[in-house]
Design a protein around this ligand. Structure first.
Ligand SMILES: [Zn+2]
Length: 112
């Protein structure tokens, strides 16, 4: 369950960034290639956030970012669907770089 490790890393960032102010929501962008189960991460967050009074009542707002690859041969962008076929839709090349889908970013917090 790597969600617990992820929750701990969010906790470190949120603790530092909030400076002790009460946080109601923590906004995350999580790439689909991270294979995070949002419900599992929310559950892990509930257990982790309890360790700090100013984070204890906070909720995660998780935005899942779809995966897109860029072909190294022709430059075309191909969205990766749930079939996880990593090949250029335009030319069939399997030389690519991942443009989006690997994010794990705390983007904002609602502080009261
Ligand atoms: Zn291509």
């Amino acid at each position: 369950m790597h969600e617990l490790a992820l929750a701990r890393s969010i906790f470190r960032i949120a603790s530092r960034a909030s400076g002790g102010r009460a946080v109601s929501r923590v906004y995350l962008e999580v790439g689909v290639l991270r294979q995070v189960v949002p419900e599992a991460l929310e559950f892990a967050w509930g257990a982790t956030a309890r360790q700090a009074p100013n984070l204890a009542a906070s909720r995660l707002v998780i935005k899942v970012i779809p995966a897109v690859i860029v072909c190294e041969d022709c430059g075309a962008e191909t969205p990766i669907d749930e079939n996880l076929v990593f090949a250029c839709a335009a030319c069939g090349s399997t030389r690519y770089r991942v443009k989006t889908g690997e994010e794990f970013t705390l983007t904002a917090m609602d502080v009261t």
